[in-house]
Write a protein that binds this ligand. Structure first.
Ligand code: AN7
Length: 375
C-alpha cells in the first residue's frame, strides 16, 4: 500500500477529530448525555519535550515535558473548567455568570458566556470582578471584547472573591470560580491528557498555585485514572507559589500579596484544604519561588525552549529548577511542568524582562546591514 493510500485512510490520519474535553472524556465526567455542551473545543493541548529545561536541571536521565495550556481557546487552563461550569449553569437555567479573577478566569468566563449566546442562549451574560490595576492588559482586553461586564474592584482578588460569593448566594447567578465543583471536574481532564500523551503518569508534576483549584483538579484526575487501572503509579504533586503570595507555604493568610506573577497574586486560596491533601497524599510539596526565579525560568522557557507562557506559569519551571539545585530530583525521572497560561496575555512583562531594545533602521538593505554590523 502506498504512503498516500495509507495517509488518506481515515484510520491512519494523525489528526483525529477533537470536539472539546466534555465530548472527549464524557465517560469519566459528571455529565449526562442530554446536556447541551457549551464548548470552544478546548483541551487536547500539546505536551512538549523540553530538553533545555532538563539540561538546566543537570540531573542524569531527566525527562522534562511542558503541558502547554496556553494553547486553549482563551489562552489558559481555565477553559477546561469553564466549559463544564457554563454548560452546567446553563442546563440549570441560569443565564448570568459571575466570577472574581486575576485575569484568566474572567477571560475564560467571558468567552464561554459568548459561546453560550452563540448556541441558543441569547440572554447569557457575564460579570467579572478584577483587582484594579493588577491584571495583565491582554486579559482585561479579552474580558471586554468577549462582551462581559467588567468591574475593577479597589482591592485584591481575595476581597473580590468574597464579594462574588455573597452576590451569588443572594441572586440567581452562577458562580464560576473554582469553588464551583464543576470547574475542578473539567480541569481534571488535564491529568488524563498528560497520561494519555506520555503513555504513563509522570513521576513528578510541577504546577503554579494561586487559588489552589488546579493542583486539586490534577490530583483528582490522576487518582481517577489510577483507580480505573489506566496508570499504575501517581505523580508527586509539587506546587509553587510566588514568595510574596505564599499563604500555603507559610501556613497563614497573606493580607497583601505581591508578585510580578499577577495571576497568582492570591493571599487566601479557596481550595487550600484540597491542595494540602493532594500534596500530602502524593508525597509532594508546596514551596515558594521568588519573582527573580520566576523571571529566570520565564526567559528560559521563551528563549531557550521557544514556548510562550505568562510569568505565573513559569513558577512551575522555576520550582523544578530549584528542586534540582537542592538535589531533590531522582535520576531518570519524568517530570511534567504545567504552563498554565499564554504569554501573549502579558506583553508588558515580556518587553520589561527581555533585555533587548529593538534597533531602528532606514528601510534599505545598507542601513539594515549596518545595524547588524555586517560591514
Ligand atoms: C496563568 O484567573 O485565579 O491555583 O482568577 O491564571 O487553580 O488558582 C488564576 C490562576 C496559575 C493558579 N497560572 O491556578 C484567576 C486565577 C495562571 C493562572 C494560576 C492561575 P489556581
Amino acid at each position: 500500500m502506498s504512503f498516500w493510500t495509507r495517509f488518506l485512510n481515515n484510520k491512519e490520519k494523525s489528526i483525529k477529530p477533537w470536539n472539546g474535553l466534555i465530548n472527549g472524556y464524557r465517560d469519566l465526567l459528571d455529565i449526562d448525555n442530554k446536556t447541551k455542551v457549551i464548548t470552544l473545543c478546548e483541551g487536547n493541548t500539546p505536551l512538549v519535550p523540553a530538553p533545555a529545561i532538563a539540561q538546566a536541571c543537570n540531573v542524569a536521565g531527566l525527562s522534562v515535558y511542558l503541558k502547554f495550556e496556553g494553547a486553549n481557546p482563551s489562552g489558559s487552563f481555565k477553559d477546561r473548567g469553564m466549559t463544564m461550569a457554563v454548560t452546567k449553569a446553563i442546563a440549570k437555567g441560569l443565564r448570568t455568570m459571575i466570577c472574581a479573577s486575576t485575569g484568566n478566569t474572567s477571560a475564560s468566563a467571558a468567552a464561554y458566556t459568548a459561546c453560550a449566546r452563540a448556541n441558543g442562549f441569547e440572554t447569557a451574560c457575564c460579570v467579572v470582578l478584577v483587582p484594579d490595576g493588577y491584571i495583565a492588559l491582554g486579559k482585561l482586553a479579552q474580558a471586554l471584547v468577549y462582551g462581559s461586564q467588567v468591574i475593577q474592584v479597589a482591592g485584591n482578588f481575595d476581597q473580590a472573591l468574597q464579594i462574588v460569593r455573597q452576590l451569588s448566594e443572594k441572586h440567581p447567578i452562577a458562580l464560576v470560580n473554582s469553588v464551583n465543583p464543576d470547574r475542578i471536574e473539567g480541569q481534571k481532564t488535564a491529568a488524563f491528557e498528560v497520561c494519555d500523551q506520555l503513555g504513563r503518569a509522570p513521576d513528578i508534576l510541577t504546577i503554579p498555585v494561586g487559588n489552589a483549584g488546579n493542583i486539586s483538579a490534577y490530583w483528582a484526575g490522576f487518582k481517577q485514572y489510577y483507580e480505573l487501572g489506566i496508570i499504575n503509579a501517581k505523580p508527586k504533586m509539587c506546587g509553587f507559589q510566588a514568595a510574596g503570595a505564599a499563604p500555603i507555604v507559610k501556613g497563614e493568610v497573606v493580607e497583601n500579596p505581591e508578585t510580578i506573577a499577577t495571576a497568582i497574586r492570591i493571599g487566601n486560596p479557596a481550595s487550600w484544604q484540597m491542595a494540602a491533601e493532594a500534596v500530602q497524599e502524593s508525597y509532594g510539596l508546596v514551596e515558594a519561588v521568588t519573582d527573580e526565579e520566576i523571571i529566570q525560568a520565564y526567559k528560559l522557557i521563551h528563549a531557550g525552549q521557544g514556548i510562550c507562557c505568562e510569568p505565573a506559569s513559569a513558577a512551575s519551571v522555576a520550582g523544578l529548577i530549584k528542586m534540582a539545585q537542592q538535589g531533590r530530583l531522582q535520576r531518570e525521572s519524568t517530570v511534567v511542568c504545567v504552563l498554565t497560561g499564554n504569554g501573549l496575555k502579558d506583553p508588558q512583562t515580556a518587553l520589561d524582562v527581555s533585555g533587548f531594545s529593538p534597533v531602528k533602521a532606514e528601510a534599505s538593505m545598507e542601513a539594515v546591514a549596518k545595524a547588524l554590523n555586517l560591514g
